[in-house]
Design a protein around this ligand. Structure first.
Ligand code: NAD
Ligand code: ZN
Length: 391
């Protein structure tokens, strides 16, 4: 089959690789109808995630048709059309039983590697390094789905692939980010990053009752989407003091919750920081504003900072004293996708949201390397790329 493989920083290639096979009774093989490129894939593309090997198959947002099931899978049959959560979970460990699916104890065969780094391992992920289990991803024609008896959800015929695909990751991710804000009627939520995850965080904040959402980015088409699709107020952060603008917009108090839907991209840490004043260090310590720093500074006392954006390694110059003084709550982590599949599928079916609004690019598998480049540089008005690997 054809698959999109990682070869190094900014080097992904389409290759012929062996078809996947059933390895365990709880496996299924899916023929992929639609797959996507995620902002998280850019962290691999940029080389921020350790333990990638040359030839690893990328991709964790996919759906398709069941073509084979192991003897232990009784809830799925050949021919079923399913969407698959990007987190791999066993369904019966301490964490799965508590709905913390992305922290599953049994789905990462390389748990020791993760434990050495983080003290404990998280769940396995498709196409996301050996630290997360070394599973082959779904930017391919076929994929092996472990624990297929608990992960995939059947998609009703009346929904298109484009409407259902993002249940695999970015819709639940934006939704969990908003849910983590414990939004009360009348609340104002600030969202940094108007990429696909930010767009779903904005929509979800409104679904969960926010009165106002203020969206922050620097790409006009992404800000435009936030404004048109969700009626968010927008701030172009370039040349602006975002913290000050957010305070002004909220009568001096600050947003009730702040969502960082950016993560690693805005890192910068303190490299090159020469400013002497603490205030400047906190707000402007790098050539790029550090989102987490701004979120802590802007958030109102007693508010919540929710981080769907992916972080790795160490963070520098995080104003933790401010977070403590203001009594902030932090919520973060990989999304517990399994928990949200059914309720969010229902919301799509009831017409409350049509997730396909984020799609700007549709490509064949051979064009995926070019699509990574466009998506990385936000060229050609690119917001979300989907691919049809079998067309
Ligand atoms: P994306 O790269 O398309 O979007 C990121 C956006 O952030 C861009 O539009 C960029 O211009 C904007 N941005 C950068 N610096 C900024 C700043 N200082 N202020 C405001 N905006 C800024 O990526 P995406 O697909 O939307 O993903 C966003 C993040 O969510 C990534 O870190 C991704 O890894 C993460 N993610 C997490 C999960 C999870 O389970 N927690 C799942 C999917 C994606
Ligand atoms: Zn993703």
């Amino acid at each position: 089959m054809k698959a999109v493989c990682w070869y190094g920083v900014h080097d992904v290639r389409v290759e012929s690789v062996p078809d996947p096979e059933i390895l365990n009774p709880r496996d299924a093989i899916i023929k992929i109808s639609t797959s996507a490129i995620c902002g998280s894939d850019l962290h691999l593309y940029d080389g921020y995630i350790p333990s990638m090997k040359k030839g690893d198959i990328l991709g964790h947002e996919f759906m398709g048709e069941v073509v084979e099931v192991g003897t232990g899978v009784t809830n799925l049959q050949k021919g079923d059309r399913v969407v698959v959560p990007f987190t791999i979970a066993c369904g019966n460990c301490f964490f799965c039983e508590r709905q913390m699916w992305s922290l599953c104890d049994n789905s990462n065969p390389n748990a020791a590697m993760a434990e050495a780094l983080y003290g404990q391992s998280a769940s396995g992920l498709y196409g996301y390094s050996h630290l997360y289990g070394g599973y082959a991803g779904g930017q391919a024609q076929y994929v092996r789905v472990p624990f297929a008896d608990v992960g995939p959800i059947k998609v009703p015929d009346n929904l298109s692939d484009e409407q259902a695909l993002f249940l695999s990751d970015i819709f639940p991710t934006g939704y969990m980010a908003a849910e983590n804000c414990q939004i009360q009627p009348g609340d104002t939520v600030a969202v940094w990053g108007c990429g696909p995850v930010g767009q779903f965080a904005i929509q979800s904040a409104y679904l969960l009752g926010a009165e106002r959402v203020i969206a922050i980015d620097r790409y006009p088409d992404r800000l435009q989407m936030a404004k048109e699709q969700s009626k968010a107020e927008v701030i172009n952060y370039e040349g602006q003091d975002v913290v000050e603008l957010l305070k002004q917009a909220t009568g001096g108090r600050g947003p009730d919750a702040c969502i960082d839907a950016v993560g690693l991209e805005a890192h910068g840490t303190s490299v090159g920081a020469t400013m002497d004043k603490l205030k400047q260090q906190v707000r402007l310590a790098t050539d790029r504003p550090h989102v987490l720093r701004q979120a802590i500074q802007a958030c109102r006392k007693g508010g919540t900072v929710s981080l769907p954006g992916v972080y790795g390694g160490f963070l520098d110059k995080v104003p933790f004293g401010a977070a403590f003084a203001k009594g902030l709550t932090f919520k973060m982590g990989q999304t517990h996708v399994h928990k949200y599949l059914r309720p969010l599928l229902n919301r799509i079916q009831e017409g409350e949201i049509d997730p396909s609004f984020v799609i700007t690019h549709r490509v064949g598998i051979d064009d995926v390397p070019h699509a990574y480049d466009i998506f990385k540089h936000k060229e050609d008005h690119c917001i979300k790329v989907i691919l049809k690997p079998n067309d």
